[in-house]
Design a protein. Structure first.
Length: 247
Protein backbone atom coordinates (compact mmCIF):
# COMPACT_ATOMS: atom_id res chain seq x y z
CA UNK A 1 0.00 0.00 0.00
CA UNK A 2 1.47 3.24 -1.14
CA UNK A 3 1.32 6.32 1.06
CA UNK A 4 1.28 9.90 -0.15
CA UNK A 5 4.52 11.63 0.24
CA UNK A 6 4.75 14.21 3.02
CA UNK A 7 5.25 17.67 1.70
CA UNK A 8 7.74 19.77 3.43
CA UNK A 9 6.74 23.04 1.83
CA UNK A 10 3.94 25.28 3.18
CA UNK A 11 1.88 27.75 1.16
CA UNK A 12 1.00 31.10 2.83
CA UNK A 13 -2.56 32.27 2.22
CA UNK A 14 -3.16 35.98 2.59
CA UNK A 15 -6.64 36.88 3.99
CA UNK A 16 -6.38 40.61 4.58
CA UNK A 17 -9.63 42.49 3.75
CA UNK A 18 -7.94 44.87 1.38
CA UNK A 19 -6.89 41.92 -0.77
CA UNK A 20 -10.54 40.85 -1.37
CA UNK A 21 -11.90 42.32 -4.64
CA UNK A 22 -14.67 44.90 -4.32
CA UNK A 23 -16.95 42.85 -6.52
CA UNK A 24 -16.90 40.04 -4.01
CA UNK A 25 -17.35 42.29 -0.98
CA UNK A 26 -20.51 43.90 -2.34
CA UNK A 27 -22.02 40.56 -3.12
CA UNK A 28 -21.98 39.40 0.45
CA UNK A 29 -25.26 39.92 2.36
CA UNK A 30 -25.32 41.54 5.75
CA UNK A 31 -27.03 39.76 8.60
CA UNK A 32 -30.57 41.07 9.16
CA UNK A 33 -31.24 43.00 12.35
CA UNK A 34 -33.51 41.05 14.73
CA UNK A 35 -35.63 43.06 17.21
CA UNK A 36 -36.42 41.21 20.44
CA UNK A 37 -38.65 42.21 23.37
CA UNK A 38 -36.40 43.14 26.24
CA UNK A 39 -38.96 42.06 28.83
CA UNK A 40 -38.83 38.49 27.59
CA UNK A 41 -35.10 38.33 27.89
CA UNK A 42 -34.78 39.66 31.43
CA UNK A 43 -33.32 37.12 33.75
CA UNK A 44 -32.97 39.32 36.89
CA UNK A 45 -36.15 40.62 38.69
CA UNK A 46 -36.75 44.38 38.51
CA UNK A 47 -35.66 46.50 41.40
CA UNK A 48 -38.26 46.93 44.22
CA UNK A 49 -40.05 50.29 44.05
CA UNK A 50 -39.27 52.58 46.93
CA UNK A 51 -41.62 55.20 48.35
CA UNK A 52 -41.68 57.10 51.60
CA UNK A 53 -44.35 56.50 54.22
CA UNK A 54 -45.93 59.92 53.82
CA UNK A 55 -46.03 59.65 50.03
CA UNK A 56 -47.62 56.17 50.11
CA UNK A 57 -50.27 57.15 52.69
CA UNK A 58 -51.05 60.31 50.76
CA UNK A 59 -51.42 58.30 47.57
CA UNK A 60 -53.81 55.85 49.25
CA UNK A 61 -55.84 58.65 50.83
CA UNK A 62 -56.18 60.47 47.51
CA UNK A 63 -57.00 57.29 45.58
CA UNK A 64 -59.62 55.88 47.92
CA UNK A 65 -62.12 58.51 49.00
CA UNK A 66 -64.05 56.04 51.13
CA UNK A 67 -62.93 53.03 53.09
CA UNK A 68 -65.21 50.81 50.99
CA UNK A 69 -63.15 51.59 47.90
CA UNK A 70 -59.98 50.61 49.76
CA UNK A 71 -61.56 47.29 50.84
CA UNK A 72 -62.55 46.54 47.24
CA UNK A 73 -58.96 47.15 46.12
CA UNK A 74 -57.70 44.89 48.93
CA UNK A 75 -59.96 41.99 47.99
CA UNK A 76 -59.59 42.42 44.23
CA UNK A 77 -55.93 43.28 43.63
CA UNK A 78 -54.31 41.87 46.75
CA UNK A 79 -56.43 38.75 47.15
CA UNK A 80 -53.39 36.48 46.69
CA UNK A 81 -51.68 38.06 49.71
CA UNK A 82 -54.65 38.62 52.01
CA UNK A 83 -53.59 35.77 54.30
CA UNK A 84 -49.97 36.85 54.64
CA UNK A 85 -48.69 38.52 57.76
CA UNK A 86 -47.42 41.59 55.90
CA UNK A 87 -50.75 42.21 54.15
CA UNK A 88 -52.77 41.82 57.35
CA UNK A 89 -50.46 44.11 59.27
CA UNK A 90 -50.58 46.78 56.56
CA UNK A 91 -54.39 46.56 56.41
CA UNK A 92 -54.70 46.90 60.19
CA UNK A 93 -52.33 49.86 60.40
CA UNK A 94 -53.81 51.68 57.43
CA UNK A 95 -57.42 51.22 58.60
CA UNK A 96 -56.40 52.48 62.04
CA UNK A 97 -54.78 55.49 60.39
CA UNK A 98 -57.94 56.29 58.42
CA UNK A 99 -60.21 55.92 61.47
CA UNK A 100 -57.95 58.04 63.65
CA UNK A 101 -57.68 60.70 60.97
CA UNK A 102 -61.45 60.87 60.56
CA UNK A 103 -61.90 61.10 64.33
CA UNK A 104 -59.41 63.95 64.51
CA UNK A 105 -61.27 65.80 61.75
CA UNK A 106 -64.61 65.32 63.53
CA UNK A 107 -63.17 66.55 66.83
CA UNK A 108 -61.69 69.60 65.15
CA UNK A 109 -65.06 70.40 63.61
CA UNK A 110 -66.77 70.04 66.97
CA UNK A 111 -64.09 72.18 68.57
CA UNK A 112 -64.67 74.91 65.99
CA UNK A 113 -68.41 74.78 66.66
CA UNK A 114 -67.78 75.03 70.41
CA UNK A 115 -65.39 77.95 69.92
CA UNK A 116 -67.95 79.78 67.82
CA UNK A 117 -70.58 79.19 70.53
CA UNK A 118 -68.16 80.40 73.21
CA UNK A 119 -67.50 83.57 71.22
CA UNK A 120 -71.22 84.28 70.97
CA UNK A 121 -71.66 83.74 74.71
CA UNK A 122 -68.68 85.98 75.39
CA UNK A 123 -70.31 88.79 73.45
CA UNK A 124 -73.53 88.35 75.44
CA UNK A 125 -71.52 88.28 78.67
CA UNK A 126 -69.91 91.62 77.82
CA UNK A 127 -73.35 93.18 77.40
CA UNK A 128 -74.54 91.74 80.73
CA UNK A 129 -71.38 92.93 82.48
CA UNK A 130 -72.01 96.47 81.28
CA UNK A 131 -75.60 96.31 82.51
CA UNK A 132 -74.42 94.98 85.89
CA UNK A 133 -71.80 97.69 86.20
CA UNK A 134 -74.36 100.38 85.48
CA UNK A 135 -76.80 98.90 88.02
CA UNK A 136 -74.19 98.78 90.80
CA UNK A 137 -73.00 102.31 90.16
CA UNK A 138 -76.54 103.70 90.28
CA UNK A 139 -77.66 101.99 93.53
CA UNK A 140 -78.65 104.52 96.21
CA UNK A 141 -77.24 104.19 99.73
CA UNK A 142 -79.42 101.79 101.68
CA UNK A 143 -79.32 98.76 103.90
CA UNK A 144 -79.83 96.61 100.84
CA UNK A 145 -76.68 98.08 99.25
CA UNK A 146 -74.62 97.53 102.41
CA UNK A 147 -75.77 93.93 102.67
CA UNK A 148 -75.27 93.39 98.96
CA UNK A 149 -71.69 94.67 99.09
CA UNK A 150 -70.77 92.39 102.03
CA UNK A 151 -71.37 88.82 100.92
CA UNK A 152 -70.82 86.12 103.54
CA UNK A 153 -71.15 82.39 103.50
CA UNK A 154 -74.22 80.98 105.17
CA UNK A 155 -74.61 77.38 106.17
CA UNK A 156 -78.08 75.91 105.87
CA UNK A 157 -79.65 74.67 109.06
CA UNK A 158 -79.94 70.93 109.33
CA UNK A 159 -83.49 69.68 108.93
CA UNK A 160 -85.33 68.84 112.10
CA UNK A 161 -85.68 65.15 112.72
CA UNK A 162 -89.21 63.89 112.24
CA UNK A 163 -91.23 63.30 115.37
CA UNK A 164 -91.34 59.73 116.42
CA UNK A 165 -94.78 58.25 116.49
CA UNK A 166 -95.64 55.88 119.24
CA UNK A 167 -95.87 52.42 117.98
CA UNK A 168 -99.29 50.98 118.70
CA UNK A 169 -99.23 48.04 120.98
CA UNK A 170 -99.04 44.88 118.93
CA UNK A 171 -102.09 42.71 119.01
CA UNK A 172 -101.82 39.76 121.33
CA UNK A 173 -100.32 36.84 119.57
CA UNK A 174 -102.37 33.73 119.69
CA UNK A 175 -100.66 30.77 121.18
CA UNK A 176 -99.72 27.96 118.91
CA UNK A 177 -101.42 25.50 121.24
CA UNK A 178 -105.17 25.21 120.88
CA UNK A 179 -105.55 24.53 124.61
CA UNK A 180 -104.37 28.07 125.51
CA UNK A 181 -106.67 29.91 123.03
CA UNK A 182 -109.53 31.67 124.85
CA UNK A 183 -112.80 31.18 123.00
CA UNK A 184 -116.37 32.18 123.56
CA UNK A 185 -118.33 29.47 125.34
CA UNK A 186 -121.49 30.62 123.55
CA UNK A 187 -120.43 30.78 119.86
CA UNK A 188 -116.84 29.39 120.01
CA UNK A 189 -115.38 32.62 118.56
CA UNK A 190 -111.72 33.44 119.40
CA UNK A 191 -112.39 37.20 119.22
CA UNK A 192 -114.36 37.61 122.45
CA UNK A 193 -115.53 35.81 125.54
CA UNK A 194 -119.04 34.83 126.55
CA UNK A 195 -119.81 38.05 128.47
CA UNK A 196 -119.43 40.11 125.24
CA UNK A 197 -121.19 37.70 122.89
CA UNK A 198 -124.37 38.84 121.18
CA UNK A 199 -125.78 35.36 121.63
CA UNK A 200 -125.52 35.51 125.43
CA UNK A 201 -128.19 37.05 127.71
CA UNK A 202 -127.73 37.46 131.44
CA UNK A 203 -130.51 35.66 133.31
CA UNK A 204 -130.54 38.27 136.10
CA UNK A 205 -130.50 41.62 134.27
CA UNK A 206 -131.81 40.22 130.97
CA UNK A 207 -129.20 42.20 128.95
CA UNK A 208 -127.58 40.87 125.75
CA UNK A 209 -123.78 40.81 125.94
CA UNK A 210 -123.90 42.47 129.38
CA UNK A 211 -120.12 42.50 129.82
CA UNK A 212 -120.20 40.84 133.22
CA UNK A 213 -120.62 37.43 134.68
CA UNK A 214 -123.68 36.28 136.54
CA UNK A 215 -121.81 36.57 139.84
CA UNK A 216 -121.00 40.20 139.15
CA UNK A 217 -124.44 41.12 137.84
CA UNK A 218 -125.88 44.11 139.76
CA UNK A 219 -129.27 42.41 139.83
CA UNK A 220 -127.78 39.47 141.68
CA UNK A 221 -126.21 41.38 144.61
CA UNK A 222 -127.54 40.48 148.19
CA UNK A 223 -129.36 43.17 150.23
CA UNK A 224 -129.06 43.64 154.01
CA UNK A 225 -131.93 45.13 156.15
CA UNK A 226 -132.90 45.49 159.77
CA UNK A 227 -136.60 45.01 160.67
CA UNK A 228 -136.10 46.76 164.06
CA UNK A 229 -137.64 43.92 166.01
CA UNK A 230 -135.23 41.04 166.11
CA UNK A 231 -132.07 43.12 166.28
CA UNK A 232 -130.20 41.17 163.63
CA UNK A 233 -129.75 41.24 159.86
CA UNK A 234 -131.47 38.88 157.51
CA UNK A 235 -130.17 38.05 154.06
CA UNK A 236 -132.50 37.66 151.13
CA UNK A 237 -131.71 36.35 147.74
CA UNK A 238 -131.37 33.17 145.74
CA UNK A 239 -128.04 32.48 147.35
CA UNK A 240 -129.38 33.01 150.92
CA UNK A 241 -128.30 30.21 153.21
CA UNK A 242 -129.87 31.70 156.41
CA UNK A 243 -133.40 30.41 155.87
CA UNK A 244 -134.40 30.69 159.63
CA UNK A 245 -133.41 34.33 159.99
CA UNK A 246 -130.47 33.62 162.20
CA UNK A 247 -127.16 35.33 161.86
Amino acid sequence: MSSSPVKNEFVEILTAPELIPSSLSTATEEFPTVLTESSLLETNPPANPTMSYNALIKRYDETFVSQTQYKEFLHDKLSSWNDTFECRLFDSLYVNHRNTTNTIKDLRKQAMILLEGANRLQDQNHVQRRDLDRLISELPPSRFKRTLFNPVKTHPKPPRPPMRQRNPSPPPRASSSRRTIIRCFQCDSPNHIKWYCNDYRCKFCKKIAPGHSQRDCPANQPTYYDDGQRGHYDLYGDEDGNLRGEC
